[in-house]
Design a protein around this ligand. Structure first.
Ligand code: PEP
Ligand code: MN
Length: 355
């Protein structure tokens, strides 16, 4: 479906890259909201984020202050001149946020994953002209993400953008949410005019990753960044490990290198970044395969079965070569590759046998 889109234009806010949205994960107290806001505004931040209703994985965590905190956002606007932004997950949130003059809304990752919830929000937004940013769903499903964009678009909204916040994965090695850059890259390829923000705070889950992830987003032609900043991060009521003070945020943004937008999305740097990303995924997948292989090794040991099961290895080779051919990979390559994988797998099982 073609999308009619307008830029996320807010009077007085430059659209130079990166458009920056910053503020605490959650609005906690009036003092915390105001102190953080004043420091950010003094550093030139124009759009202030704060979560009012917090979706939590488990009950009992801090679930946000709710409506009361909306009056603090109103005060932020009045006293600092910043625009305000918050997450909405239900129609009621939409009505409350609009009532208090919130300027920009975003739909959180857990909500985007649920078409009923997105539709409810879209219905509540019918006829309202407000910028809405749609976070990727928690699961790496591009169609589901696009579906949410279409629902909001069908409600008549035009200032729509997206936020890449990474995807849940079982293997939490480096990132809190695996970036899987190829998904936003593909989204950009399909909708070149769709404004894209990156959320390095939720992708990385750690302060140290904010700068490298922000740089990567800028190099991949993202339009903006949404970053969590708190006046006292160590004492934050949610996501404390990934929040930075307004002063640190300023320092990090000062280190960002903003390169000219390439004429074509197929610049060499872009393509190389895609290769790096795919390689990372390949290695992660290989590591996962090895872990399963180790489990098989333990099974073989317990049941006194030899490591090498030639019929099984034959089957893997044959299937692999056939599948490879259908994907345009030569037989020679597939054999070398599968042999190398098998060899490493056997080596791992030997270790287990001889432990
Ligand atoms: C947030 O922005 O604080 C948040 C809850 O993010 P996400 O929906 O990406 O988990
Ligand atoms: Mn957060």
């Amino acid at each position: 479906m073609a999308l009619e889109l307008e830029p996320i234009a807010l009077p007085g806010v430059s659209t130079d890259r990166p458009m920056l949205i910053a503020g605490p994960c959650s609005a906690e107290t009036e003092e915390q909201v105001m102190e953080t806001a004043k420091e950010l505004a003094a550093n030139g931040v124009k759009i202030y984020r704060a979560g009012i209703w917090k979706p939590r994985t488990k009950p009992g965590g801090f679930e946000g202050v709710g409506v009361e905190a909306l009056s603090w956002l109103k005060k932020v606007k009045k006293e600092t001149g910043m625009y305000t932004a918050t997450e909405v997950a239900t129609a009621k949130h939409v009505y409350e946020a609009l009532k208090y003059g919130v300027d920009l809304l975003w739909i959180g990752a857990r909500t985007t994953a649920n078409p009923f919830a997105v539709q409810e929000i879209a219905d509540a937004l019918q006829g309202v002209d407000i910028p809405v940013l749609i976070k990727n769903p928690v699961n790496p499903d591009l169609e589901l993400w696009i579906g949410a964009i279409e629902r909001v678009h069908n409600a008549g909204l035009r200032r729509i953008g997206v936020i890449h916040r990474g995807f849940s994965s079982y293997d939490k090695k480096i990132y809190r949410n695996s970036p899987q850059w190829h998904l936003p890259v593909e989204l950009k390829r399909r909708y070149p005019n769709l404004p894209m923000f990156c959320d390095p705070s939720h992708i990385g889950g750690k302060r140290d990753l904010i700068l490298p992830l922000s740089q990567q987003a800028m190099d991949m032609q993202f339009d903006g960044l949404i970053i969590e900043s708190h006046c006292n991060p160590d004492c934050a009521w949610s996501d404390k490990d990934q929040q930075v003070t307004p002063a640190t945020l300023k320092e990090l943004m000062g280190k960002l290198v903003i390169r000219d937008m390439a004429q074509s999305t197929e610049s060499l740097a872009d393509l190389r970044q895609q290769i790096d990303e795919i390689d990372n995924q390949l290695f992660e997948t290989l590591a996962r395969r090895m872990r399963v292989s180790e489990e098989i090794g333990m099974y073989k040991k317990e049941h006194n079965i030899t490591i090498l099961q030639t019929t099984r290895y034959d089957e893997i080779l044959q299937k692999g070569v056939k599948l490879g051919a259908s994907l345009g990979l030569s037989e020679g390559f597939m054999r070398v590759f599968l042999e190398a994988v098998h060899e490493e797998s056997v080596r791992k099982q030997m270790d287990i046998m001889n432990k």
